[in-house]
Design a protein around this ligand. Structure first.
Ligand code: FAD
Length: 578
């Protein structure tokens, strides 16, 4: 093994959260050495796919206000958001929008040159700040450009992190192990401070808007290191995924005036959200859509899947070409439909994980020296259901916060001795080389991956039953027990077969946490609709789920589950109406 590589701060992940954290840390101290490690090239992180917008209160003169953004976020969360955290997001966002503007972000503008904003689901005011329909791409480009102006930020692209290194008691962060994908070399990074920014894990579902790299290996690293995972049962299904691929049609399309229609030609959302219609929060719209489909008012897509239609023809050609050009292109290329002329077939699709690594309001994890930010983290901004356009915002705000905190911590721990037990390194080499790379078995790991993702689509979808979730868990454990842990391709260079199998390993553990969280939560709240428990139950379940890794005898066992209080500082929970 190569000698270890030392840094003052390690940032895992080069999405919006990771890049924002790197800039923030570099701004605190240009003498700190910062590494951003990513299993893909920077501009292939899933953040580049964000389409519709980033929420912030900018138009105060026109009547918008911070209080309303906080309330909309808490209401959208079905009152599971930590309200002090939602408040921090909302107060920080205007600064982040103007900061990006100063760094060169090409925000879409109004006629008078001020920054434009569009409507999004669940908001009482148009506050999704956008750059046509490619907000993530331009945010990433702006942040990456900014990173490159700092000499003290190094990028390790196509390095696959495998585990977190800690002190003997697992209380303090010490570094990471990683594989340099180009050479296949196993490397250890040493550092007093780390920030996990590994994004969401929506590829545990088959029909998904996520990049193929959005697997749970980052979240799983934290889980295996003994950190709690919070609220993992809350998976967001976005109303409009294009068939058959699942590629996203941004909520901006409905924000700008698109309608959802059933096979009777009705705008059915009037039944489920009489005031907000298509612009209710995503959990409400997706549930309404599945109800229409289940009650026979859907269409049949040529692939045999049931669906509904999104009608953008009322927007008119000019508006579509101006503001939704990327959406039009997606329709033509991936569905053969020009949305200027006709409605497009869509279906709810896995899109976001409200859950993640348990952190406090500052993004600090339960391990000293380690923070988490962005979609991989759960600081509880979004509770049981995130509002669209609040996620890129969360990445920016907590990228900034954690970058600053990690930098200050690194300054005061510069000379700390970072002894890492040889035993930890050996155990890791054994886990990945003996356990996976040189593993043996008859079962095709890609078949196991397909079984997991198909099972999650069927058993842990929008409407969930005790029977389905238990069946899913049984199937998952069967897959886990099969002899699939092996790598056919034994080359060293760019061995994606190897990293894919490591991703599958993490999918099995994290899918189990999602299923068990969903089973334990015997209520319907936000994105989780339990058929047997159709109502929200604040008496028993107004609390966060925490799951801890349990590998007694070196065997993955069911996670240990706990509950954690919700921070309610402003609004008593009430029933939601849209
Ligand atoms: C199609 C789509 C559209 C969206 N549109 C919007 C929108 O309009 N507005 C909004 O607010 N939100 C939107 N979202 C959500 C939002 O884009 C994401 O939540 C957010 O961008 C996540 O950013 P991140 O920095 O947390 O992680 P990501 O951008 O997902 O990046 C994760 C990083 O972690 C790295 N990584 C992961 N595992 C490892 C490992 N083992 N080793 C090394 N590196 C690793 C990856 O290489 C990558 O760099 C959208 C999401 C999708 C999927």
């Amino acid at each position: 093994m190569a000698d270890s590589i030392s840094y003052d701060i390690l940032i895992i992940g080069s999405g919006i959260a990771g890049l924002r954290a790197a800039i923030s840390a570099a701004n605190i101290d240009s003498g700190l050495r910062i590494a951003v490690i990513s299993k893909v090239q920077v501009m292939r992180s899933h953040s580049v796919s964000a389409e519709g917008g980033t929420a912030a209160v900018l138009a105060k003169e026109e009547g918008d206000n911070l209080e309303s953004h906080i309330y909309d976020t808490v209401k959208g969360s079905d009152f599971l958001a930590d309200q002090d955290v939602a408040e921090r997001l909302v107060y920080s966002m205007p600064y982040e929008i103007y900061q990006l503007d100063h760094w060169g972000m090409p925000w879409s503008r109004k006629e008078d040159g001020t920054i434009a904003q569009r409507s999004f689901g669940g908001y009482s005011f148009p506050r999704a700040t956008f750059a046509q329909d490619k907000v993530g791409f331009f945010e990433m480009q702006t942040l990456y450009d900014r990173c490159l102006t700092h000499d003290n930020i190094d990028f390790y692209n196509e390095w696959f992190c495998t585990s977190i290194l800690t002190d003997e008691e697992k209380k303090q962060f010490r570094g990471l192990t990683a594989i340099e994908m180009k050479t296949g070399e196993f490397v250890k990074f040493k550092s007093p401070a780390g920030i996990v920014c590994t994004g969401g894990a929506g590829r545990v579902y088959a029909f998904s808007t996520y990049a193929y790299s959005s697997t749970p290996d980052g979240i799983d690293m934290a889980y295996r290191a003994g950190l709690g995972l919070k609220d993992m049962e809350f998976v967001q299904f976005h109303p409009t995924g294009v068939l058959p691929s699942g590629i996203l049609i941004s909520e901006g399309a409905r924000g700008d005036g698109g309608h959802l229609i059933n096979n009777k030609g009705e705008r059915f959302m009037k039944k489920y959200a009489p005031h907000a219609l298509e612009l209710a929060s995503r959990d409400v719209v997706s549930r309404g859509m599945m109800t229409e489909i289940n009650e026979g008012r859907g269409f049949k897509h040529e692939s045999g899947v049931d669906c509904l239609k999104l009608d953008l023809t009322p927007l008119g050609r000019d508006l579509i070409l101006n503001r939704l050009a990327g959406i039009r292109e997606i329709g033509i290329k991936f569905s053969g439909v020009d949305v200027i002329d006709e409605p497009i077939e869509i279906r709810p699709v896995c899109h976001y994980m409200m859950g993640g690594i348990h952190t406090n309001i500052d993004g600090a994890t339960e391990m000293k020296g380690l923070w988490a930010a962005g979609e991989a983290a759960c600081n509880s901004t979004h509770g049981a259901n995130r509002l669209g356009a609040n996620s890129t915002g969360e990445c920016l705000v907590w990228g900034q916060i954690t970058g600053e905190l990690a930098a200050k911590y690194a300054q005061s721990h510069k000379d700390a001795s970072l002894s890492i037990s040889q035993q930890q390194i050996e155990a890791e080499e054994k886990r990945i080389y003996d356990g996976i790379f040189r593993g043996r078995g008859q079962v095709n790991p890609y078949q196991v991956r397909k079984e997991i993702t198909d099972m999650m689509d069927k058993k842990a979808h929008i409407f969930r039953s005790e029977q389905d979730l238990s069946d899913g868990l049984r199937q998952l454990r069967e897959s886990k027990a099969a002899s699939w842990k092996h790598v056919d391709d034994q080359t060293q260079e760019y061995n994606t077969n190897f990293t894919n199998v490591m991703e599958i390993d993490s999918m099995l553990r994290i899918a189990e946490v999602i299923l068990i969280g969903a089973l334990n939560r015997r209520e319907s709240r936000g994105a989780q609709a339990r058929i047997e428990y159709p109502k929200r139950d604040d008496i028993n379940f107004l609390k966060h789920t925490l799951a801890y890794y349990n590998n007694t005898d070196n065997n993955d066992r069911a996670p240990s589950m706990k509950w954690y209080p919700v921070s309610i500082t402003r609004y008593a929970p009430v029933e939601r109406h849209y």
